[in-house]
Design a protein around this ligand. Structure first.
Ligand code: NAP
Length: 276
């Protein structure tokens, strides 16, 4: 019940209403399809008569998923790609050339929770997050845009509501890379929408996936389930709606602008006491 109130309209409405879809002959590219939200979305979309192109690093997991879903309606192709690696992204783009993608779900992502004082010799944290959470989806989008314009296609950005709020300590690598893509996407959305390409941003709260497992403090905090997020994405594909976020995000944004000095003071106190 608490989740239904807290995450409305992400859970209550979309999960109770199954949208009627016509995805026949649509080709949908999902990055990060091997685990979490991407895996749940793959399972949901596999019931439709569409073509799914799944991307991730874990070949075993992708093959298992393909095998498990082979008696469903979707045709599934898998591509192994480490989106950290510039050359692998280029190879993926080359491999995708024979396909006409209608919907790109930019979902692959990595979060890092680490103090800046533990990151002084870890420049690679920032390089990896910027590659995976920003540069790779930009490069993939650039390659797909010409066909998306032809097909009046759709790009879905799986973002985090944190990008709209005051940055919390120890999340600098994740927050900056997710925010970079969100800003890029906001800017290009105007141009894409003008060319009939739909754009959707999902500003998600916590989602109970392996991504949040290492942060013990999250164990007792309300979170969405990956299959609930998959339903929201399915709804976005159907409705081509621009934004999805919990109802209180705008209030929280306003609060974080108006009370920024107070919130920063509280965060320093909590940080010093070891709560953050
Ligand atoms: N969980 C949350 O609380 C939360 C909240 C807000 C937003 N999000 C966003 O939701 C999206 C999905 O996250 P999730 O929670 O489902 O996490 P997850 O369970 O850890 O899944 C992440 C996916 O990204 C893929 N991936 C990671 N690094 C990759 C790389 N270098 N190259 C290619 N694929 C890579 C992973 O596959 P392989 O490991 O097989 O490569 C996996 O399929 C992310 O963009 C995340 O920022 C999550």
């Amino acid at each position: 019940m608490i989740n239904k109130i807290l995450f409305f309209p992400l859970v209550s409405f979309f999960n109770s209403k199954k949208p009627k879809l016509n995805l026949k002959n649509k080709t949908i590219l999902i990055t990060g399809a091997s685990f979490g939200i991407g895996e749940s979305l793959t399972r949901l979309l596999a019931k439709e008569e569409c073509h799914l192109i799944l991307v991730a690093r874990s070949i075993d997991k992708l093959e298992l998923l393909k095998q498990e879903l082979q008696n469903n309606n979707a045709k599934i192709d898998i591509f192994v790609c480490d989106l950290f690696q510039t050359q692998e992204v280029k190879n993926l783009i080359e491999s995708l050339k024979p396909f006409t993608i209608d919907i790109f779900v930019s979902n692959a992502g990595k979060s890092i929770h680490r103090s800046i004082f533990d990151s002084l010799d870890r420049m690679h944290d920032f390089e990896r997050t910027i590659h995976l959470n920003f540069l790779a989806p930009v490069e993939l989008s650039l390659a797909l845009i010409p066909n998306l314009v032809k097909n009046k296609g759709h790009i879905i950005n799986i973002s985090a509501l944190n990008v709209k709020l005051l940055s919390a300590p120890k999340w600098s690598a994740y927050q900056s890379s997710k925010s970079a893509f969100d800003e890029w996407f906001s800017s290009v959305s105007i141009e894409l929408n003008a060319h009939q390409v739909a754009t959707t941003s999902l500003y998600l709260p916590l989602v109970r996936t392996r991504m949040i497992k290492p942060t013990k403090a999250y164990d007792s905090i309300p979170a969405l389930l990956p299959n609930e997020v998959a339903m929201v994405i399915l709804n976005a594909i159907h409705s081509r709606k621009k934004y999805y976020a919990p109802w209180w995000l705008t209030l929280a944004q306003l609060f974080s602008i108006l009370f920024r000095p107070l919130l920063e003071w509280i965060m320093i106190k909590l940080y010093n006491k070891g709560f953050l």
